[in-house]
Design a protein around this ligand. Structure first.
Ligand code: CO8
Length: 257
């Protein structure tokens, strides 16, 4: 891996992926995105990992897609490179994925954070879709995920003016889970990940799928999907263990089976 660092057990059962292209503020070139997708796939397959944290540096989560790599491309070059396949792979990660964001999360960087399941932000984080300033528009889900997260009025303003919002604005708008001092954002993300890692991995996977379904379908279909996944949790040993532990007044030991 050239542009990322992967630590499978950064904390017990919690993996860390760090974007590591500091000179370019973690600009997302195709190779970096391919590395992230490959790392997520490997961590998804690793039974010792139950939750994943994705972070950048204190200065920048990521300042967007790599403008220098894209500048000379034609539409057909973009079509042939088809960089969104790799974004689709990232979106399909089964384990809970938390973005720990400090500094710039702009353009593709904001879109990458929003592709994660939750966002923990440092006070210095800023979220924006500045593509309009360079004559393009968001292309990796920005117009869709941002609008769902912060509503039409705010999303329109961000996408049409390119103005970023602060971490606190993002928290108030429902884009991020919590904002903490800059020295604590990664630890806070680990804490959140660790609290999920204690749960049944089977239930976490089915619950994540079900929450995501809420963005893709109407209520009746979503409720139906949820019900099937709910029934499926009763096929797991973890359901037996979780409920037995409650009755016996002890802490459950979930195995992911
Ligand atoms: N691409 C390439 N290089 C970048 C990028 C970027 N997005 N952002 C910063 N860099 C580079 C700079 O060119 C500079 O390199 P060098 O030292 O060689 O000149 C280095 O990083 C440091 O940057 P600055 O000197 O500009 O640092 P400042 O602190 O002055 O400014 C900013 C920081 C405000 C973040 C500024 O760098 C900036 O505005 N960057 C561009 C932000 C942007 O427009 N992002 C959107 C890009 S387009 C996009 O994301 C489209 C996504 C759609 C699909 C995704 C498909 C992959």
């Amino acid at each position: 891996m050239e542009f990322i660092r992967v630590t499978p057990n950064a904390r017990p059962q919690v993996a860390l992926i760090e974007l590591n292209r500091p000179k370019e503020l973690n600009a997302l070139n195709l190779q970096l995105m391919q590395e992230v997708a490959a790392a997520l796939k490997a961590l998804d397959d690793d039974e010792s990992v139950r939750a994943i944290v994705l972070t950048g540096s204190e200065r920048a989560f990521a300042a967007g897609a790599d403008i220098k790599q894209m500048a000379g491309r034609t539409a057909i070059d973009m079509l042939i490179v088809d960089q969104f396949t790799v974004w689709d792979q990232i979106r399909k990660t089964k384990k809970p994925l938390i973005a720990a964001v400090s500094g710039f999360a702009l353009g593709g960087g904001c879109e990458l954070a929003m592709t994660c399941d939750m966002i923990v932000a440092s006070e210095t984080a800023q979220f924006g879709q500045p593509e309009i300033k360079i004559g393009v528009m968001p292309g990796a889900g920005g117009t869709q995920r941002l609008t769902r997260a912060v509503g039409k009025a705010r999303a329109m303003e961000m996408v049409l003016t390119g103005r970023p919002i602060s971490a606190l604005e993002a928290e108030r708008a429902g884009l991020v889970n919590r904002v903490v001092p800059v020295g604590q954002f990664l630890e806070e993300a680990f804490r959140l990940a660790a609290s999920i890692a204690e749960m049944s991995p089977v239930a976490a996977r089915l619950a994540k799928e079900s929450v995501n379904r809420a963005f893709e379908t109407h209520l009746d279909e979503g409720l139906h999907f949820e019900r099937k996944n709910f029934y499926l949790t009763f096929a797991s040993e973890d359901q037996k263990e979780g409920m037995a532990a409650f009755v016996e007044k002890r802490k459950p030991q979930f195995k992911g089976r």
